[in-house]
Design a protein around this ligand. Sequence first.
Ligand code: DX5
Ligand code: ZN
Length: 219
Amino acid sequence: MKKRIVAPSVLSADFGHLERDVRMVAHSRAEWIHLDVMDGVFVPNISFGFPVLKAVVAAAQGKTIDTHLMTVEPERYLKRFAEAGSNCITFHVEATHNPQKCIDIIHEAGARAGICIKPATPVEAIAPWLPQIDLVLIMSVEPGFGGQTFMPVGLDKARQLDRLRRERGYKYFIEMDGGIGAHNAAVVYGAGCEAIVAGNAVFGAEDPEMEIVKILEAQ
Ligand code: DX5
Ligand code: ZN
């Protein structure tokens, strides 16, 4: 079977018990921890910034910090996100006039670079950068909030991106974000994604660690 990764989204954690919740992820079979940074401009919601990121990094025990920026002008803060401990930094192609500059800043800072596309954005919009990026993040909900219903529009994009990397030898990971849990993980992995973001499904579960296993082993 192809590699499978779960990235629990801290957005759905209990911020009154953030360290406990991050330690749960650190102890679990999830390889990545997903951080949703929202600026109230690119999306109609505000989440958190550097102090929370640093607290997560401190409790994450070496898990990959997968930071998803839903912010305008991401190039202004990419270096700081790398310095604060993000291993992979993903920006929205819709949020910048200069994706190349963003990729270069992230790589120069020693992190992996990801590009994210909203449900209405086609794969063609990121085609020029596919040879150099490390991750494509496909939104399966409108960015801004956890706990929304999965939109299947991303599945064909995952298949397209998976086909493109096989045909052209590209190296990016494919990750999908929004409305995913054990009930639909199999179809998402089956479409070519290695990584699944899960917020509400994991942190809303009675046994979050078991829920991560259920997502990883979904048939
Ligand atoms: C939405 C965020 C997601 C969100 C996913 O803008 O990018 O990462 O936290 O949450 P669920 O899994 O609850 O849809
Ligand atoms: Zn996200």
